[in-house]
Write a protein that binds this ligand. Structure first.
Ligand code: ZN
Length: 273
């Protein structure tokens, strides 16, 4: 299927919710790389080009964010910004797929970014060695087409939710506990945001049980949602929560409702300074 020359074969197109970074085309080498995913029922060439034109932020890049970042990189997103602070420790290696034994004791993001760059030469990887604060998250959101929130705690998840809503950028929120994972896709102003679902920030334990197979499953599904959203492919989980019960082997999807009084996306936001 791959063409024999590097001549551009697909013209760039603008799409709702996508910021075209420049006038781009897919080269023959890119079409060769992505040949197995360009086809009926997966991605069109135009969808692949929309991926290339897009920027996503993944924070953090651990058990869920690592597989999400890897799948976005391998899928051919144009630019991926990854954020994660701290040094890699032994307990991370039951689930953090971008980490290796050699990287133990070193800043996580260095090895993670190296692994991502090694996975796909066609993707620009931008690494941030800490978790963004409110102002940085807001600034990053304005540069992105989609945010993937994969931290373990609600405080960071809520920060990404606020940044996405303020910027009007879609948010994919991935979460896990034990052998259960959840996933939602937020279209700001139209579907329930994270603060609609959790009016009060639930208590959070820094260390909770989790197994890598669940983290990777949810992280990969988060990448799939982001790919669908920015490439305008399929039906994203707008206004829904996917719940994956790994213990019982069940997947359920529930409908979510916006709260008019939501302090982030509803009438309540006017009370915010
Ligand atoms: Zn809301």
């Amino acid at each position: 299927m791959a063409p024999s020359t590097d001549a551009p074969t697909v013209k760039p197109g603008r799409s709702r919710g996508c910021h075209s970074r420049s006038s781009m085309n897919l080269s023959s080498r890119e079409l060769e790389r992505y040949g197995r995913q360009i086809g009926p029922g997966v991605l069109s060439e135009a969808a692949q080009l929309r991926l290339k034109e897009s920027t996503a932020l993944v924070t953090r890049v651990g058990g869920m964010g690592g597989p999400a970042a890897l799948m976005l990189t391998m899928s051919g997103i144009g630019r991926l910004i990854v954020a994660h602070g701290g040094e890699l420790i032994s307990p991370d290696l039951n689930r953090q797929v971008l980490g290796t034994e050699e990287d133990l004791g070193r800043p996580r993001i260095e090895g993670f970014a190296r692994r991502l760059r090694a996975a796909n030469r066609f993707v620009e990887i931008e690494a941030i060695d800490h978790e963004p604060d409110d102002a940085e998250a807001a600034a990053l959101a304005r540069r992105c087409n989609v945010l993937l929130s994969c931290p373990p705690g609600f405080e960071e998840r809520m920060r990404l939710n606020r940044a996405a809503v303020e910027a009007g950028i879609p948010l994919v929120d991935a979460a896990q506990w034990g052998m259960t994972g959840t996933l939602i896709a937020v279209r700001p102003g139209e579907t329930a945001c994270l603060a609609c679902i959790y009016p009060e920030t639930p208590p959070f334990e820094e260390s909770f049980p989790v197994i890598g197979a669940i983290s990777s499953a949810i992280g990969s599904l988060a990448a799939l949602e982001a790919i669908k959203i920015i490439s305008l492919t399929g039906q994203p989980l707008w206004g829904k929560m996917l719940i994956f019960d790994g213990y019982g082997g069940a997947v359920n999807t529930i409908e979510l409702s916006r709260r008019k009084s939501c302090p982030v996306c509803g009438d309540g936001r006017r009370a915010e300074p």
